[in-house]
Design a protein around this ligand. Structure first.
Ligand code: SF4
Length: 315
């Protein structure tokens, strides 16, 4: 399987590009996720022409429109960074990225809660790194995270699930376009979408139902937009529990009363956060195989990303 292309802040790969000549190697990103991902590194400060090492920088002024200023000599790097970033995001379009992992806390690369200093030198954590802002404005629907947030098991699972889903969607986009391909993708992703948003699940169902009446380009465009919006919404234990109960309905005829009782217990333990999601999922996968359940067998929700990443062992 072709690797997923992801943009990443270069220092997270262990390159010595930071202002002090250091790096911020993240082993999960390089060694674990890296097995499935081809990274496209971007270091805004070095790529806009600054040396290594260099003076550190910070955001100053209005958190909505901050300036990028060097900490000691107070040189204003804003225009330099902005004009480089605007060109770089256009170049990045060609890469076909499925997402971006930013370095947290950086005035150039951080995606949220970056310190912005006011005229009295007091910081508020309301800023966005200068390159990260341009990137997110240019690619509003692409999955983005920072390495700090990815230490949270729920956010990590969500992000990685989204990039794998986007990659599968891109395969549909790049193969011969047909209404049937959209319907097929949708059928396989119904429960995954439901686990993010029952509302979007309904909207997409309605869109696919009228697929024949829409010009094909419009169908693809609308479907992609709603899909990306849906996947952006975080999965919760409650939403997962609903999907698990929904899946149980497909076995109504086949499960023995003992099996039903066991599955209900396991879902309830998960709902109460006594066990991780992987437990009910494994049991349901077992019944899918045992009873050869044709609809569930093809659901991406049951296998959204490689098991080896162990993402559902911790949520
Ligand atoms: S945080 Fe961003 S600008 Fe700073 S070294 Fe890393 S990639 Fe470069």
């Amino acid at each position: 399987m072709e690797k997923i292309k992801l943009g990443i802040s270069t220092c997270l790969l262990g390159e010595n590009v930071r202002y002090d000549g250091g790096r911020k190697l993240d082993r999960f990103l390089t060694d674990t996720l890296g097995q499935y991902v081809e990274y496209v590194p971007v270091c805004p400060e070095v790529e806009c022409g600054l040396p290594i090492p260099r003076e550190s920088m910070r955001l100053e002024g209005d958190p909505e429109f901050p300036r990028l200023i060097t900490s000691k000599t107070k040189q204003d790097m804003t225009e330099r960074m902005l004009s480089w970033a605007k060109k770089r995001v256009v170049e990045i379009e060609k890469e076909g990225l499925c997402g971006f992992i930013f370095k947290s806390d950086s005035p150039s690369s951080g995606m949220e809660r970056i310190k912005v200093y006011n005229e009295k030198g007091m910081p508020v954590k309301k800023g966005v790194g200068m390159f990260a802002r341009i990137f997110m404005e240019h690619f509003p629907l692409l999955p983005v995270e920072d390495e700090g947030r990815l230490h949270d098991p729920g956010l990590r699972e969500n992000f990685i699930e989204r990039i794998f889903a986007l990659r599968r969607w891109r395969e549909v986009l790049h193969s011969k376009q047909s209404r049937g391909s959209v319907v097929d993708f949708h059928t396989k992703h119904k429960l995954l979408i439901l686990s993010h948003s029952p509302k979007h699940y309904q909207m997409m169902g309605m869109l696919v139902a009228k697929a024949k009446d829409l010009p094909i380009k419009e169908l693809y465009q609308q479907y992609q937009t709603i899909l990306m919006e849906a996947l952006k919404l975080k999965i919760t234990t409650k939403k997962n529990s609903n999907v698990l109960m929904h899946m149980m309905g497909y076995f109504k005829e086949q499960l023995s009363s003992d099996e039903k009782k066991e599955l209900l217990e396991v879902i309830d333990f998960y709902r109460k956060s006594h066990i991780p999601l992987i437990v009910p999922i494994t049991l349901i996968n077992h019944y899918v195989r045992k009873y050869d359940q044709p609809y569930l067998k093809q659901q991406a929700y049951l296998n959204p990303h490689p098991l080896e990443l162990q993402l559902r062992n911790h949520v």
